[in-house]
Write a protein that binds this ligand. Structure first.
Ligand code: BGC
Length: 395
């Protein structure tokens, strides 16, 4: 499959989860006990403030999701709300998330819940986060607590979101808290996150023997810039191994399903000065990211060897004009349908994101949402592209 089309009819597997994703700090607002908030106040990051006020408007947001034809939502639970002080659990926060999860259930939305989506409670950040073994132990305890208190109301668990993105941007590129630029620290955090995942997996499993537990892995599609070139192909193998497989290989015995976040595809060109990542000659999002649906198909086939169900836990486009989003979603779903016909157990797709969000160091500029949010009035307006989900159901 090299070309994605707009008019082909395709069939998604029976019971397919069709949803949208979000993450607590990006939408809830006022998450003032975490490390992001801390640095936002020091003007080292754009301020998240009230974000989209999802903490108070979750009901309205889920109703919008339901009405656009979705049957699934991926949310995250903000650790710093549940455990604002080490080992002190906030009953109000737990009750809040119980209401949130019950509302999703009432609306018939399958509930995918992430436990770590980039933010840390400040007390843990002060202790070095995942730089040392304390992080994994604290995370396992948090997972145990959430499973014990809310476990009955969760359908799929995502322990950690994009460990390599988190470790890279926070500890090597110095863009995210704690703004470190040290390759060795990054590698240590990366390995500690494997340990954290396995420990959290065991905690949840202990409380809920039947739970479906996974992790959201951001895998990048790589292709050789020159198809028959030995060195370009070698680069593809190396990048795929270290970027996509290394982490999964080490946690695969603690994984009931694979969550795949797909945003990037590059061609790789060998030069004597080092590898060059090239962009495909395809339309780009507002952020300059290439839109390349065949990449999703390739990545799904790559995951086949793990023999696990796969949920695309994120895939989305920043497109304020909303003139690319509908084709983007259709073509990525078509890639999933094709992978299914080739034996990949694809269970679902969550578009990123339900609403516009606080896009981390890019602030509120990128517009990923199926729903536009007026940040002054908090008024929601469903974008035209969201109609795609009804079209797919009816085809
Ligand atoms: C992250 C999201 C983020 C999205 C778009 C993903 O890597 O999980 O939190 O908003 O990319 O930038």
């Amino acid at each position: 499959m090299d070309q994605a089309s707009n008019d082909t009819k395709f069939k998604l597997p029976e019971g397919f989860l069709l949803g949208a994703a979000s993450a607590a700090h990006q939408v809830e607002g006022n998450n003032f006990n975490n490390d992001w908030w801390h640095y936002e106040q020091q003007d080292r990051l754009p301020k998240s403030g009230k974000a989209t006020d999802h903490y108070n408007r979750y009901e309205e947001d889920f109703l919008l999701a339901k009405n656009m034809g979705l049957n699934t939502m991926r949310i995250s639970i903000e650790w710093s709300r549940i455990e604002p002080i080490e080992n002190k659990w906030d009953a109000t926060a737990i009750e809040h998330y119980r209401k949130v999860l019950l509302k999703m259930k009432e609306l018939g939305l399958t509930r995918i819940v992430t436990l770590h989506h980039f933010t840390l409670p400040m007390w843990l950040a002060d202790k070095g986060g995942f730089e040392n073994s304390h992080g994994a132990a604290a995370f396992a305890r948090f997972a145990w607590f959430v499973a014990s208190n809310l476990g009955q109301e969760v359908d799929y668990w995502v322990t950690i979101n994009e460990p390599e993105v988190y470790a890279g941007l926070s500890y090597n590129h110095g863009k995210w808290p704690p703004f470190k630029k040290n390759l060795w620290t990054m590698i240590r955090v990366f390995h500690n996150l494997m340990h954290a995942h396995r420990s959290a997996f065991k905690s949840i499993r202990e409380v809920l023997p039947g739970a479906m537990i996974g992790l959201a892995k951001n895998n990048v599609d790589y292709e050789a810039y020159r198809k028959g070139n030995f060195f370009d192909n070698l680069l593809v193998k190396l990048f795929k191994y270290f970027g996509n497989e290394y982490f999964l290989n080490r946690i695969k015995d603690h994984l009931d399903f694979i969550g795949l976040n797909y945003y990037f595809s590059h061609t790789l060109k060998f030069t004597w000065r080092g590898p060059r990542k090239m962009n495909h000659e395809v339309p780009k999002s507002d952020m300059g990211w290439a839109t390349y649906p065949p990449g999703l198909y390739h990545l799904l086939l790559d995951l086949k060897k793990y023999n696990k169900p796969v949920i695309v836990t994120e895939n989305g486009i920043a497109n304020a004009r909303d003139d690319m989003r509908q084709d983007f979603i259709r073509q990525h779903l078509e890639s999933m349908a094709r992978a299914a016909t080739e034996g990949v157990d694809v269970k679902g797709y969550c578009y990123w994101s339900l609403t516009d969000t606080y896009e981390w160091h890019d602030g509120f500029n990128p517009k990923f949402g199926l729903v536009e949010v007026n940040l002054e009035t908090m008024e929601r307006k469903v974008r035209g592209s969201a109609d795609i989900f009804k079209q797919i159901k009816n085809q």
